[in-house]
Design a protein around this ligand. Structure first.
Ligand SMILES: Nc1ncnc2c1ncn2[C@@H]1O[C@H](COP(=O)(O)OP(=O)(O)OP(=O)(O)O)[C@@H](O)[C@H]1O
Length: 328
């Protein structure tokens, strides 16, 4: 559904001159150098894929998305979205894709939310029946009815994001690009958006490319992740495989009620008597959590058991700290 081959983009950076009017003179002279923002990026996303496109600030994520959506022309390589070229068939591609930028809205600030939807539907030439159906389905799933007559500028961030999602889906696109759709939202609003996106992908088979710095979005939603750093792809695969390549310990915490036979605790377990909690790090590939739980369970009366798997942030930092491992 999405295919990028050797995608490359350079930005022109002006040479900084010294002295009076330096910025103006740099601008006028046109002198500068080409800096790569994305280099030889290749990946494929199948129909119905849900991909997390992640990387540190300035890694090249937005630049890639701008090339995939036809906003920017690549300096090298090719892009195909739903079998079309976003550069050569921009209008056709616009009908096939929906885009949500968490930091910006495509809705009209002063108009009631409903009017924005009607304008967008007219722009995309969405038929009345198709529009009514989209409003019925998405209006219900996203809970839009309570604020359809409210001007966009008066919506809360969570409401605005839900409205933006609906706006991006009115013309029934096959592919949805989401750039930080949960940014700034509270936990409840994030969960609402996430369950909507999960459903959209599973039930309607929409292909979704999600850019986010929120690793919970990635863990809860994405079947595939692509990691970009300094404009280059450093990983493309599942989260599970990444965890296997960069194994970090899981942690088992057992909270006891009353006395504890500390001597029976397995080697490496640390007991905090003030909390009545024993904690042990273990490698899931070597030790079965259930066996460990049973052993720890024999040391006292168990009140609660918690297993923490390594956070994806930690796995990714581990990956950056061990660059000698070539992942792709
Ligand atoms: N218009 C531009 N002119 C010059 N350089 C640019 C321009 N836009 C982006 N860059 C540079 O290109 C690189 C990639 O930027 P990009 O915005 O694609 O990164 P990003 O991964 O989306 O970052 P973030 O997570 O902060 O949004 C950065 O070094 C950035 O400074």
């Amino acid at each position: 559904m999405i295919k990028a081959t050797d995608l490359t983009k350079f930005y022109h950076v002006s040479e900084v001159k010294q002295g009076r009017f330096a910025t103006l003179r740099s601008f006028v002279s046109g002198k500068g150098r080409k800096v790569p923002a994305v280099s030889d990026m290749s990946f494929e996303i199948p129909r119905g894929g849900f991909v997390g496109y992640i990387g540190p600030n300035g890694a090249g994520k937005s630049t890639t998305i701008k090339m995939l959506t036809g906003i920017l022309h690549p300096d090298g390589g090719t892009v195909e979205v739903a079998g079309l070229s976003p550069q050569k068939q921009r209008k056709e591609v616009a009908r096939k894709i929906g885009v949500v930028f968490g930091q910006r809205t495509q809705l009209w600030w002063d108009l009631p939310t409903r009017d924005s939807f009607e304008l967008l539907a007219a722009m995309y030439k969405v038929g009345q029946q198709e529009y009514d159906k989209a409003m019925e389905v998405y209006g219900e799933l996203l809970g839009l009815h309570e604020f359809l007559d409210t001007p966009v500028r008066k919506l809360s961030l969570g409401q605005r994001m839900r409205a933006d999602l609906c706006a991006a889906l009115l013309h029934d696109p096959d592919v949805v690009f989401l750039d930080e759709p949960t940014i700034g939202l509270d936990v409840t609003a994030k969960n609402r958006i996430r369950s909507f996106l999960k459903d959209l992908n599973e039930r309607e088979q929409k292909t979704i490319l999600l850019t986010t710095h929120d690793m919970d979005d990635i863990e809860q939603l994405c079947k595939q992740i692509i990691i970009i750093n300094h404009g280059q792809k450093v990983y493309d695969g599942t989260l599970e495989s990444l965890r296997e390549m960069y194994p970090l310990p899981s942690v088992l915490e057992v909270e006891y009620h009353g006395a504890v036979e500390e001597l029976l605790l397995p080697n490496g377990a640390q007991f905090d008597p003030s909390r009545g909690v024993a904690r042990i790090s273990f490698d899931k590939r070597k030790t079965k959590p259930l066996e460990l739980m049973e052993r720890m369970g024999q040391c006292g009366e168990v009140r609660d058991i918690r297993v923490q798997t390594p956070k994806i942030e930690d796995v990714i930092s581990e990956m950056y700290e061990r660059p000698q491992v070539q992942l792709v």
